[in-house]
Each structure stands twice: as structure tokens, then as C-alpha cells.
Write a protein that binds this ligand. Structure first.
Ligand SMILES: Nc1ncnc2c1ncn2[C@@H]1O[C@H](COP(=O)(O)OP(=O)(O)OP(=O)(O)O)[C@@H](O)[C@H]1O
Ligand SMILES: [Mg+2]
Length: 394
């Protein structure tokens, strides 16, 4: 019998067919073969819609080469597409909508603001969520600064630490503004008086790009660098949510974000927590709490938005040991574990989606898997998906 085939759905980054995670796909192909799973890589541009065939990219382990091959549709699809403001993203929305009956390992999630509102509705999560509002104008931001001495302004669809402002109200009443622009360049810190905020923000097009103003958590280490944690939860080979790992991230000097792409580096979680939390005896308890919380969030979001196979949560932990959810990432990178020296977590991060795909394949074959094509919001999703103005899901 032929092996099950998993298709990794991705997007080209430019006109030359550049892919963001080719090396991860290579690793997945090698690991998949050992597990009895064939892997093909494709983008919506590689689909022949008339013949329902795919001009897929396939890695050959023996020759160590990538090549193109026309194939049938895979048994399962792992959607790894991240938001990009291009015609390619529109093609993706059409692909997802047209082929929504296929067997996806994961459905798209929503933007930062929608996820915040969804989680706020559940009493289990409330205390983990920093206060947040849609920053439709400078007044909302001023209002938030009255209640919170520190806030972060972030695009609701942003990724990679782009276009983020950290605004701190000092004792004098003046505001210290730091951040990164859309190209992720560090903006030099500025002190302004609160009356000038509106003028300062006029350059930020709060109307055009939707921003969330989120209560900031003080995360500066004694070195002056900010830090946070990346928790990866994934379904395993039994279809059950499990924690794969959690690593600390420390931002570069002068940065208000810790993202690795912005020059941050990864360190083991426990090491960082022990130096940071005032009562070090709480470290184990905090770790367990963070893990349980993350699993619960994954289960809940899956119930609301349809099947998921992995999620990475950006967590902040304050000096008292309180855990805060900064953001949920549906398309996580895995490199943080390799960088933190956590080889086993890195290996698991690569193979768990494959083991889960095999589990799902067997369930489907035995007629046991629930159909998650039509999640609660599917009609809305498809309409959203076709509306070019709504880039609302990754
Ligand atoms: N409320 C906050 N308090 C303190 N630090 C924050 C806050 N929000 C964001 N940060 C810092 O900025 C970083 C980027 O924020 P966030 O993860 O929300 O944006 P992103 O650009 O979507 O990142 P990603 O690369 O994970 O997609 C965080 O990892 C954290 O270091
Ligand atoms: Mg993030």
C-alpha cells in the first residue's frame, strides 16, 4: 500500500520561489520517511486547479536534492503560511476556501485582538491577559497610559517584532518612547511630554493599520535587556495536546522586543526564571502553571476556531511570578529550542506534527476523526477569506 502523504502548504517569499523554512521541510521529509510518511511541499501557485494536480517540491534524501514533481493532492495538509501583504496571500485565501473540505492538520487562527477577546470570555484565562484595547486614536492610548505606566502598541496582524512601540510613563509625567519600525529597525528612544503624544502618533497611521494597545509588563533584566518565554504546545502521535518545550528569549541591547529575528537570543527557561523571580522557590510552580495554561488555551482556541496541531505562546513572567500572555502564534518557528541547546525539544518540535498527521490519517481511515471542516465560524471564515481587505488570519 502506498504511504500516506502530508502536503506542507507554504508561500513563496518573492518571485524567485524563495521559501522561509526550506531547511525545516528537509528535516521533516527525512523524519517523515522514518515514520512512514511522505512529504511534499507546495504553495497555492503550484496547484493546477483544472486537473487537481500539484507541481510539488520534494526532497530526495539519497541525492540530497530538491526537485519538482506533478502529484495528486496529499492525504493531509499542514498549513504553514504566514501573513504577507501580497497577491500570494490572496491566492492562499482562495485556496483555503476552495479546498476547505480537505484534511487540514490546522485551520487559520485570528488576529491578536480577536484572540484577546475570545480568551477574555473564559474566566480561566482572564487573569493571564494584559489589559488591551484597539488603539483607534491617540486618545485611547493616553487613556490607557493613565491606568498603566507601561504600554505596548502593536499591529494586530504584525509578526516578527515589526512596528512595535513601547511607551513608558515616567514619574515626571513625561513619556519615554522606544520601539521598532515596520522594517524592524530600532527607533532611537525619545522623551516627550504627554501633550505631544497625539502629534507623535500621527506618523503611526493608527487608522490605516489596526493596532492593539496592550498593558506592558516590566521585563528588563538587570542588564537592561528585555526578556520573555516561548512555550510550544503540540498535538502528539495520539492526538493529545502536549508541551514540547519552553525557552527564554533575551532581546539585544536597546531593543524593546526579544524576537530572535530582531537579534534576540534563546536561553533555557529555568535558568532565566531563577535569576528573575524574587522568590526562586516558586520556579517549578510557575513552570507547571505556564504549561497547564498553554495547553488549556490551545484546547480552547481549537474548539472555537477549528482543528489546530500546534501553537506557540509568547509568555511574560513578572518578578512576582505572575504569568502574562503576550501573544499566540499559530505558525511558530522551532529554532528557539536549537538555540537554547534543547536538542530533544527541537527534535520533538519537528516530528510531533508528523506523528499527529499519521494519527489523524489512521483515524480518518478507520472513520473515527471528527470532521472539523465546518467549525463554528466557517461560513464567516470563508466570506472573510474572500474579502481582500480582511487579512485577519494566519
Ligand atoms: N505587553 C507587553 N509587555 C512587555 N513586552 C512585550 C509586550 N508585548 C510585546 N512585548 C515584547 O515584544 C515582542 C513582540 O511582541 P509580539 O509577540 O506581540 O509581536 P510579534 O511581532 O507578533 O512577534 P512574533 O515574532 O512572535 O510574531 C514580545 O516577544 C516581547 O518581547
Ligand atoms: Mg511574538
Amino acid at each position: 500500500m502506498p504511504q500516506p502523504v502530508l502536503g506542507i502548504l507554504t508561500l513563496y517569499l518573492n518571485e524567485n520561489g524563495m521559501l522561509e523554512e526550506r531547511d525545516i521541510y528537509r528535516k521533516m521529509t527525512i523524519a517523515g520517511r522514518k515514520l512512514g510518511l511522505d512529504i511534499i511541499i507546495f504553495t497555492p501557485q503550484d496547484v493546477n486547479y483544472k486537473q487537481n494536480r500539484i507541481h510539488a517540491l520534494i526532497y530526495n534524501e539519497a541525492s540530497k536534492k530538491w526537485s519538482r514533481k506533478w502529484t495528486a493532492f496529499p492525504h493531509m495538509i499542514f498549513d504553514r503560511c504566514r501573513i504577507q501583504r501580497t497577491y500570494r496571500f490572496d491566492q492562499l485565501l482562495q485556496f483555503r476556501s476552495r479546498y476547505s473540505h480537505l484534511n487540514f492538520l490546522n485551520r487559520p487562527l485570528r488576529n491578536k485582538w480577536t484572540i484577546h477577546r475570545t480568551l477574555m470570555k473564559d474566566s480561566r484565562f482572564k487573569s493571564y491577559l494584559p489589559a488591551a484595547h484597539i488603539a483607534e486614536n491617540a486618545q485611547v492610548v493616553s487613556e490607557m497610559l493613565r491606568k498603566h505606566p507601561l504600554i505596548y502598541l502593536k499591529p494586530i496582524n504584525g509578526t516578527g517584532g515589526r512596528g512595535i512601540l513601547r511607551i513608558e510613563r515616567k514619574k515626571s509625567g513625561n513619556l519615554l518612547i522606544q520601539g521598532r519600525d515596520q522594517a524592524r529597525r530600532i527607533i532611537s528612544p525619545q522623551k516627550i511630554n504627554s501633550a505631544s503624544l497625539s502629534g507623535y502618533l500621527s506618523a503611526w497611521d493608527l487608522k490605516g493599520t489596526r493596532y492593539i494597545a496592550q498593558q506592558g509588563i516590566h521585563l528588563k533584566l538587570p542588564s537592561g535587556r528585555v526578556h520573555d518565554y516561548r512555550m510550544l504546545v503540540q498535538k502528539n502521535g495520539e492526538g493529545v495536546w502536549s508541551v514540547t518545550g519552553c525557552a527564554g528569549r533575551v532581546g539585544p541591547a536597546g531593543s524593546v522586543t526579544s524576537n530572535l529575528h530582531g537579534g534576540g537570543h534563546a536561553v533555557p527557561m529555568t535558568e532565566l526564571l531563577q535569576q528573575w523571580v524574587s522568590d526562586a522557590s516558586l520556579v517549578k510552580e510557575i513552570e507547571v502553571d505556564a504549561e497547564q495554561f498553554s495547553i488549556n488555551v490551545a484546547k480552547h482556541l481549537e474548539q472555537v476556531y477549528g482543528r489546530l496541531c500546534e501553537l506557540a505562546l509568547d509568555l511574560a513572567i513578572d518578578r512576582k511570578g505572575q504569568i502574562w500572555l503576550l501573544e499566540v502564534n499559530p505558525k511558530p518557528a522551532r529554532e528557539v529550542f536549537a538555540q537554547a541547546g534543547e536538542k530533544e525539544a527541537y527534535h520533538q518540535a519537528i516530528i510531533k506534527p508528523l506523528e499527529y498527521a499519521l494519527w489523524l490519517y489512521r483515524q480518518k481511515r478507520n472513520g473515527k476523526a471528527k470532521n472539523t471542516n465546518n467549525n463554528n465560524n466557517s461560513s464567516l471564515t470563508n466570506m472573510d477569506a474572500l474579502s481582500k481587505s480582511t487579512i485577519d488570519s494566519a
